[in-house]
Structures are given as C-alpha cells and as structure tokens.
Design a protein around this ligand. Structure first.
Ligand SMILES: [Zn+2]
Ligand SMILES: [Zn+2]
Length: 292
C-alpha cells in the first residue's frame, strides 16, 4: 500500500518532490499546469533532469498528473474537443519525459445530449489521445461526482467508457467522495462491500490503478463534489478504515485530495490515513536528509 496526496508544483515540477517529502507522501498527484487554463506545457529539459534526480533520491513511488478541469470529451464544440485531446496528449508526453505513471481525467459533461449518444465520441477521443502518443503512462478515467450531464459518474458509465476504448493503456481511478456523491454508501463495511461489488461488475478491478481518498462535505447521493478531510465528512473514519483494509483496495496507491488546513493534503492527513491503514506514522523529511 502506498499513501500520499496531491501536491503543489509551485516553483517548478521538481518542487513537487520536496512537497511530497514534507507531508510524508510516498506517491503524489500534481497539476503540471494551472488546471483552470489551457496553458501549453513548457518544461525545460533541465527541469526534467532535476525532477528525475530528486524523485529518485527521494524514493518517490508514484506520480500521477491530474488533467485540466476544462477538458470535455463529450462536447459538440469541435474546438473544445480538439483542445481537450491536445491537452491530454501533451500531458501524456510530459509524463513520459518525467517518468510519471499516468494522467487522470474527468471525461466531461454531455450537457443534456445524453451519455449513450456521446459515448462513441468520448471513447474515440481517448483512443485518439493514445494513438497520438507513445507515452508509457496510463490514461486514467476517474469517476466524477455527478454535476449536470456528467459523463462517467456511475461505475456503469466508467465501465462502458473503458470497455469502448478497449486498451490496456487505459485505467480507472476510484474517487471515494465522488462515489459517495453518486449514492455508493462507503460509511459501513456492508456499504463498501456492495459498492465494490458494483464496481467489479461494471468496471472490473483489473482496470483500477488508483484511489482518490477524500471524505465528503455533502450527504450521500447528493451528486455534489465537496471534499472533506478524512473523518470530518459524511463518510467517516470507519468507512476509510474498512476500505484501506479491503483486499481489493489494499495494494493500490491512495492519493488524498483533501483541503487539509487550507493548503491541501498535509502531514496530518497523510498520517491519519496511515493510522487508519494500521501503518506507522510518516516523518517529514527533505532531500538534505534533515528532518524538519
Ligand atoms: Zn479525485
Ligand atoms: Zn472531486
């Protein structure tokens, strides 16, 4: 089991390694460019070399990118679709340069057009991304929380998408908050068992590569995406302890995307997850080897 969190790239992508060490993260997720903008990725080879050296020195065990939020593969707007696929290709290529493991994305919103009519386009766009890059990174579809016209909210939709793409270069990320928002009750052992059975039926655990560990500020089934710190939301500690121990989830990387004290996942949240998983607490460190 590998536990970590989403960290900042402020000051350059290599800084993500320092942030990881500071919060005791074994694995990380980053936004390599601002997620609210279509900004071309410009990362010099010297930064790539610096990142690789630091990641190796730190013993970082995994790194996933989160795609920009503007991506919509279910849109009728051809410019937006082109930007979306182009952005994913550039992220996949950067992942190859850095040795990162994958790119996590939300397929987008059909805005009333319907899931079925837009599924071929969504799957075609993901195939196009894979065809345009030889990156070894995985292209990872995350289940979404369920705001209007959402594509890939239910496990059934996620399963249909990855089945339609039909490539071993595609994987799935399971977000606990988003699952809860879609009515999968993760508060109890019975609820988790039922949700994971539904996931296995619809998607299959062979596709699952990553867990996003987030509690929910909003009640079960409300289709709203508000992440809470672990134990402070409606899912609660018991649900997370059971999920962390579950054989289907135990060996996966877990990435926190929680608010922490306001700056995102921190040492307290990483260590709470470690405690619930029955692991010894992490100690913050830096590449000088000096504990802070
Ligand atoms: Zn997530
Ligand atoms: Zn979310």
């Amino acid at each position: 089991m590998l536990l970590g969190g989403h960290v900042s790239t402020k000051g350059g992508i290599d800084k993500a390694v320092d942030f990881a060490l500071a919060i005791g993260a074994e694995v990380i997720q980053t936004h390599p460019s601002p997620p609210q903008q279509w900004q071309p990725l410009r990362i010099d080879d010297s930064v790539v070399d610096g990142y690789r050296a630091k990641a190796a020195a730190a013993g970082l065990r995994g790194h996933w990118f989160h795609a920009v939020y503007l991506i919509n593969l279910a849109t009728r707007d051809s410019t937006l679709l082109k930007r979306s696929t182009g952005s994913l290709v550039s992220y996949m290529n950067l992942a190859a340069r850095l040795g990162a493991d994958g790119v996590v994305l939300h397929p987008g919103s059909h805005k009333g057009l319907g899931f079925e009519p837009m599924l071929p386009q969504v799957a075609g766009a993901l195939r196009e991304v894979l065809d345009r890059t030889d990156s070894p990174a995985r292209l990872i579809v995350e289940n979404s929380a369920g705001q209007g016209g959402c594509v890939g909210c239910t496990f059934e939709e996620v399963g249909r998408i990855v089945d339609a793409v039909d490539s071993d270069r595609v994987g799935v990320c399971l977000d606990t908050c988003h699952s809860f928002a879609n009515g999968y009750d993760l508060r109890t052992a019975d609820g988790v068992d039922a949700a994971l059975r539904a996931f296995d039926d619809a998607v299959g655990f062979s596709q699952l590569v990553l867990v996003h560990a987030n509690d929910s500020k909003i009640e079960l089934g409300a289709n709203r995406d508000r992440h809470a710190n672990i134990g402070d939301g409606f899912i609660g500690r018991e649900g997370f302890a059971y999920m962390l121990a579950h054989p289907r989830l135990h060996d996966l990387p877990w990435i926190l995307e929680v608010p922490g004290e306001g700056n995102g996942p921190d040492l307290i949240q990483v260590n709470l997850l470690r405690e619930l998983a029955g692991l010894a607490p992490a100690t913050p460190s830096s590449l000088d080897g000096v504990a802070r």
